[in-house]
Each structure stands twice: as structure tokens, then as C-alpha cells.
Write a protein that binds this ligand. Sequence first.
Ligand code: 5GP
Length: 197
Amino acid sequence: MRLLEEKIKQDGRVLNENVLKVDSFLNHQIDPTLMNELGKEFSQRFAADGITKIVTIESSGIAPAVMTGLHLAVPVIFARKRKSITLTDDLLTASVHSFTKNETNELAIDRKYLNENDKVLIIDDFLANGQAALALVEMVQQANATVTGIGIVIEKSFQPGAQKLKEKGLRVESLARISALANGEATFITEKMEESI
Ligand code: 5GP
């Protein structure tokens, strides 16, 4: 998505060859106009799929997920990060190791918000090793709901997450795909380049 690529070029900061910082429009300060455009784009890509719920993870997935929910007119559920989960609660759970914070979190979604009739679109801000997305897939499957697709704002295609998800037969739609972070710059995989591969 050209608009997003331009924003990353203009305001993103390449911290090192693995990490891109986008605190000024996605991860700390949020650009609502851009989020709305991202939501519109995701909603168009999944318009024909009968999505009934969106599932994301707190906190950075919430903004693009809510905008997508607005355009698809469906509720948005965010998995909460908890230090410990009481076994008595009726929860869908998974653990996830954070790529950027190097810590493991327990994730939980109240079972009452997902059921076997739901067709779920998972949304997240970044895709790196796929841990966050796979944990969300696991929770949706615990509810016997269907994962219809995964929408990612920024995919770092040089890391294995996208490949892992696709190998599981999951549809991944990423709005910006980065092939490398080098010399302080992000290089994008454009649709044109892909056609010629
Ligand atoms: P994964 O679970 O796919 O390894 O990593 C995805 C999660 O890690 C995302 O939810 C995001 O919060 C965080 N993340 C991964 N890579 C980056 C990055 O380059 N920049 C930022 N800001 N967050 C990232």
C-alpha cells in the first residue's frame, strides 16, 4: 500500500537490521487518518469473506483493528496480556514470546466473545517470527471458530513469520512488505516486483 510505504519512509526509524520503529504514527502516537485508510484497505481485501469478528493483541494492534472493524461493521476483540491466568476463568489462552521486548506473556480472551460460528480476521501491527499471530490463531481455534485470514500492517518478509503462517494454509494480507532493513532504510517488496518473480 503506497500511502503506508511513504509514511514508513518518511517517519519510520530503522533501529537495526531487524527492528523498525514507527512510534510516531502506529506504536505510540497514532495517526487516525492513516489508521482509517489501513482499516478501509483491510476491509476491502476481506470484503467477500463473511468476517464476523476481528481479533488482535494489545496494544499496538488495536488501532488498525478497530478501524477495520468499523469498515466491516463487526466487533473487535483484543487478546489481553496477563502475568498469570486463573484456571477458574473461562478463557481462551496462549503464550507468546515478544520479539521486541524479549519477554513471554500469557494471552487471554474471554470465551464468551468467540464461538464456532465465527469467521475471524486476525489483525496485528507487525509480522516478524509469527509468534503473536500463531498465538492468536491458537486461541481462535480453541473456540472452534474459523481463522479466515490474517491482516498485517507491516510484514518483515526477511523474517520467517509470513512463511510459517502460509505453510499452515493461512491467508496473509500485509499492507507493507519489507525485504530488508539496511543502512537506515527500509526496502519494500512492491506488487510489481512480485509479478516478475
Ligand atoms: P512476531 O510475534 O511475529 O515475532 O512479532 C510480532 C510482534 O512483535 C508485533 O505484535 C509487534 O508488536 C512486535 N514487533 C515485531 N517486529 C517489530 C518491529 O520491527 N518494530 C516494532 N515496533 N514492533 C515489532
